[in-house]
Design a binder for this molecule. Sequence first.
Ligand code: NCD
Length: 321
Amino acid sequence: MPFRQRHLLGIEHLAPAEIITILDLADRYVDLNRRMVKQSDALAGLTQINMFFENSTRTQASFELAGKRLGADVMNMAVAQSSVKKGETLIDTALTLNAMHPDLLVVRHGASGAVNLLASKVNCAVLNAGDGRHEHPTQALLDALTIRRAKGRIQRLTVAICGDIAHSRVARSNLILLGKMENRIRLIAPPTLMPAGVQDFGCELYDDMRTGLQGADVVMMLRLQKERMDGGFIPSEREYYHRYGLDAEKLSHAKPDAIVMHPGPMNRGVEIDGELADDINRSVIQEQVEMGVAVRMACMDLLARNLRAERGRQIVGDTYA
Ligand code: NCD
């Protein structure tokens, strides 16, 4: 079972075999999470600190639940009330926490690259829970697990990623993961929300939903990330919904068994029709949330195994020194 990472900073660092290792272990955690007693000791005795410098509902909750179900001591740092608000730098905060000997640090930050910088300063395993527009690796992994369970495979599928691609770390991590697993990727967005140079990732670009969705197995919708927009990127939300909002009619251009995904939080009536989002025959949005807990359990379990092995080697080294 290959998994050689010290941190989980982005999909870009993972080999396809490592992605499969995570998904296989996550499948086993899905079973555990459906039992009455959801307890394992994979992280027993370890300390997990969650630092969310940006708002989060499902990601933070699922990292917390994942750690608790694996027996870790979990602490959520209340960033809003912390010394960050008194002007402390990210690095000083990290070094302060590092001195308390955490084993796993889960970080979400508004700046792209902030989590990588932090990982270079601490002794524990760092998991990126989303950094700016850069990466959101556990979201891409939970999306991959959801797709694999619905379609029976995570290769040779046509996946359409639609909406605000320019501001989305979810799109970026998914693009890298789905590309590594040899899928056909279509990006559908208004030209103002399509990032420059994205065709280098080997995907097809569309600005029309009906053409872009032709023959798609998976339709992945994205939220309009208004908090990352400076200026007007769309004429109006009404206009945007008309052209790019997913409804039953636009979905009818995809394969008849295409699944509908959204990372949440959703803006009903802006990027997706509310009724379609709730249609259990097409939408796997609730499954994505369920898979999120299992994937985060798998990632932390695998990182903790490597951490234990590394510390074991250090202890053996010290003993014979
Ligand atoms: C995403 C994020 O934070 O990048 N949400 C999530 O993690 N569930 C997408 C978004 O905020 O639109």
